[in-house]
Design a protein around this ligand. Structure first.
Ligand code: S3P
Length: 425
């Protein structure tokens, strides 16, 4: 797909539903008693993989119009799938579903696409095994396909080496089926949507600092869930409006949970003109509209406990850093290497292809801002966040930018390019 420098971006945009929250609403709805009604569900390929997996386990899920209705089967009502569960490209589906499957009375196998089959699963296999689960990597390489068979689970207190909501959530979900209390302590607080939503469904979940605890549940109960817009998707429009001179965008309905809002804090440090309007709470999650105006940006240093709050936004933050005055340093972000692509490598290589002055480091990158970008050939590596970040970069690059496999944005934001085009003045 070809991209060219942009005229100012003007107008309003409503961001599609949060990917993390959409996944969880279908998963928890499936193992709850009664009906769960979800509005604002993200119709991206990843979340559709989650729906497909639970349908295969006997759950009726209606997905028509604006509302997804999940006819929950209760905590112990899932049935054995008649074939392998396909998690597609979705790490969240694979890791969270494993926690649920560890507690079921039937064996099953799950897998995903070529990218999923390279992503690390030992991080969930280890704690789930410690809880008594029988979970194995079919090819003994620590990756999917995974086979999970019936076992009896008991609670543990797990100290995770990584700040990962997928790891934390997998363990907490297994904890619903375990004997005794299950606790997870992580090195920095990762997104807490599981804790918030499980509480809404009636689970006994508590959080203190970086430790989340859960007690086994008799039942969960179906809920009405309203999914806020995904701040990770909003990030591309925030960046685009800040970067393209003359832009002013009202970005509506954006989830601003403090475990996800790191990009807003970084933008503030960079000197961005962003105003929060109409902040409200729904289903335990805060959201707001964001008014974003073109700004001249300055460099920042990003690391430590901020990283999990903006982990998926780092590629587009790196793009913004190219236009900022001074040197931006991103550190403590080694987790980027095990995302849908090695995002340290793919960001650095693609920025270089556009003429940026950037260096790869062991756990992040260093970007010397202020060097104008030019068009180039961008390899998305089938990574949706890389494709969208570089579509944003192309808006301020001289000449033509070509993004390969650009349609991988279907994973999290099917209408992304149409929306970007619509907002051009
Ligand atoms: C997610 C957690 C994060 C994030 C991913 C979605 C989730 O992954 O990068 O896009 O929904 O829990 P990790 O838990 O691996 O950090």
């Amino acid at each position: 797909m070809k991209f060219y420098p942009s005229t100012p971006l003007k107008g309003e945009i409503t961001i599609p539903g949060d990917k993390s929250i959409s996944h969880r609403s279908v998963m928890f709805g499936s193992i709850a008693r009664g009906t769960t009604e979800i509005t604002g569900f993200l119709q991206g390929a990843d979340c559709l993989s989650t729906i497909a997996c639970f349908r295969k386990m006997g759950v009726t899920i209606e997905n028509e119009g604006d509302t997804v209705r999940v006819l929950g089967r209760g905590l112990r009502g899932l049935t054995a799938p008649d074939s392998v569960l396909d998690c597609g490209n979705s790490g969240t589906t694979t890791r969270l579903i494993s926690g649920i499957l560890a507690g079921q009375k039937f064996p099953c196998t799950l897998t995903g696409d070529a990218s999923i089959q390279k992503r690390p699963m030992k991080r969930i296999m280890e704690p789930l095994s410690m809880m008594g689960a029988h979970i194995e990597s079919v090819h003994q390489n620590g990756c999917a396909p995974l086979s999970i068979s019936e076992s009896t689970l008991h609670g543990i207190h797990y100290h995770s080496k990584v700040a990962s909501a997928q790891v934390k959530s997998s363990i907490l979900l297994a904890g619903l089926y375990a004997e005794g209390k299950t606790q997870v302590t992580e090195p920095a607080l990762s997104r807490n949507h599981t804790e918030i939503m499980l509480r809404c469904f009636g689970a006994n979940v508590t959080s203190e600092g970086c430790t989340a605890s859960i007690l086994p549940a008799e039942e969960l109960y179906g809920q009405k869930i309203s999914v806020p817009g995904d701040i990770s998707s909003a990030a591309y429009f925030i960046a685009a409006a800040l970067l393209v001179p003359g832009s002013e965008l009202l970005i509506k309905n954006v989830g601003i949970n403090p475990t996800r809002d790191g990009i807003l804090r970084v933008c503030q440090d960079m000197g961005a003109d962003i105003t929060l309007l109409n902040a409200v709470y729904d289903s335990g999650e805060p959201y707001a509209d964001l008014l974003v105006r073109h700004s001249s940006l300055k460099a920042v240093e990003i690391g430590g406990s901020l990283i999990p709050t903006l982990i998926d936004e780092l590629p587009v933050i790196a793009v913004m850093a190219c236009a900022a005055q001074g040197t931006t340093i991103i550190r403590d972000a080694a987790e980027l290497k095990v995302k849908e692509s090695n995002r340290i490598r793919t960001v650095v290589d693609n920025l270089k292809a556009m003429g940026a002055d950037v260096e790869e480091t062991e756990d992040g990158m260093i970007i010397h801002g202020g060097k104008p970008l030019h068009g180039g050939l961008i390899e998305s590596h089938l990574d949706h966040r890389i494709a969208m970040s570089f579509a944003v970069a192309s808006l301020i690059a001289e000449g033509e930018t070509v993004i390969q496999d650009a349609d991988c944005v279907n994973i999290s934001y099917p209408a992304f390019y149409q929306e970007l085009e619509r907002l051009k003045d």
